[in-house]
Write a protein that binds this ligand. Sequence first.
Ligand SMILES: NC(=O)c1ccc[n+]([C@@H]2O[C@H](COP(=O)([O-])OP(=O)(O)OC[C@H]3O[C@@H](n4cnc5c(N)ncnc54)[C@H](O)[C@@H]3O)[C@@H](O)[C@H]2O)c1
Length: 493
Amino acid sequence: MSTSAKTIGVVGTGVIGAGWAVRALSRGYDVVAWDPATGAQDKLHSAIERAWPAATKLGLFPGADQSRVDFASTPEELASRVDWIQENAPENEEVKRPLLRSLAAASGPDTIIASSSSGLLPSRLQDGCEHPERILIGHPFNPVYLLPLVEVVGGKQTSKATIEAAVAHYDDLVMHPLVVRHEIEGYLSDRLQEALWREALHLVNDGIATTEELDDAVAYGPGIRWAGMGTNLTFHLAGGEQGMRHMLHQFGPALKLPWTKLVAPELTDELIEAMASGCADQADGRSIAELEQLRDDYVLSVMRSLRPLDLGAGRIVAEREARIHESSAVQPWNEGADIDAPLELYSAVVEPDWVDYNDHMTEAAFLTAFGWASDKLFRFIGIDEAYRGAGHTFFTVETHLNYLREASLGEPLRFTTQVLGVGDKRLHIFHSMYHRESGELLCTTEQMLLHVDTGSERTAPILAHPAAALAAIAGAHRSLPKPDQVGHTIGVS
Ligand SMILES: NC(=O)c1ccc[n+]([C@@H]2O[C@H](COP(=O)([O-])OP(=O)(O)OC[C@H]3O[C@@H](n4cnc5c(N)ncnc54)[C@H](O)[C@@H]3O)[C@@H](O)[C@H]2O)c1
């Protein structure tokens, strides 16, 4: 993983270009953008502003700053100033080919130029460009700042080194680069998406279903399965004990029945009207910006719910968290380092899946948030994936929460952590949760944790490095006043 600073060039700043800009900015990189449309600069700034809360929830790297974006006055100027060019002009060869040619002529021969095209052949796009071996497709998904998939497709002249550099680059942006091994139109995912979309257009055109009914047919069923397992593994499970083999025997013959129509319907005015008015009905007065926010919230929730299962995009969420931690300004404890009293290692905003129907944080969510604060403490003292992988961790055995004020959706939070005591195998801690802007204390928790050997499931002494860290922190926190809530019991008299 490369950690050096980069300047990313974003050419064409519509839906996808703005999405790339947010992804690069949230990674802590600089962006230089160019778009020929009047007002493009203002539009880009407001798109970044709209997407920033979602990008923040996914996690910002150190240095991430919405304002680190500059507009170039020509594509040539952009090409001369950046380390990587991502082209996002309209999906039209007549527009993209001359644009790529001028970007290639104005950039150094080692600057990679990736087109976000949804389906054009890279061999045709790179044809006639200087140093065509550094040109390829990097096809993302909307919203680019959240969805990890990017298809990497080389053309006939693309070098192996360019493909490898693209995989490394997108991995560095904490995405899931999927190398499409054979150059085909539409690549992999748009071949799949288009088959579904074509059938939807037929079903509306034939008056069989509305756009809403078709969306229900996805959202309440197969769509939920797709997020974690895709189509094939899902169908493997639909075949019972014998998996896909039985599935094919049972449903395979149906593939020959006229269930689907392989040729797209004519885009008549009536069909366009039926699709557009169907979607307008579904939007029910909500603006695109409102729907975007709703989409970002549920995409984040789905990705996060897959995290503990280490499935699909959930793996990327965990990876991003670990990498942000690695590169974060808070250096893990080491011998002789100054220790803040109390420690301040975690901040967050109240998430949509943390609140109840009143938009207030639930009891379980307070514990979740304090769990993250503990996780930050663990990482600070050297308890990470490797430590846990080697069979050592802390288990919480007692928790005492004191709720002082409710926290509402979207409110910014900061947490402090005080080590009250540490023994051979035990750790006594106290977290406080504050409103990050008003400074109000919202909730506290006092916890006792036991260090365990996960193999034997028995308590075991804390290993040397975290033990030394905890002893040092406990020493630095000894002079802190004991918080009022510590040691309270519940009673009526
Ligand atoms: N929208 C999606 O879901 C999606 C997903 C993946 C990939 N893509 C691909 O991304 C690319 C951009 O799509 P979009 O949805 O952002 O379109 P868009 O219409 O939102 O944005 C296109 C932008 O390109 C600008 N532009 C016009 N002519 C240009 C030129 N000559 N040079 C540079 N910029 C120019 C326009 O002013 C506009 O801002 C397309 O290739 C598309 O296939 C789109």
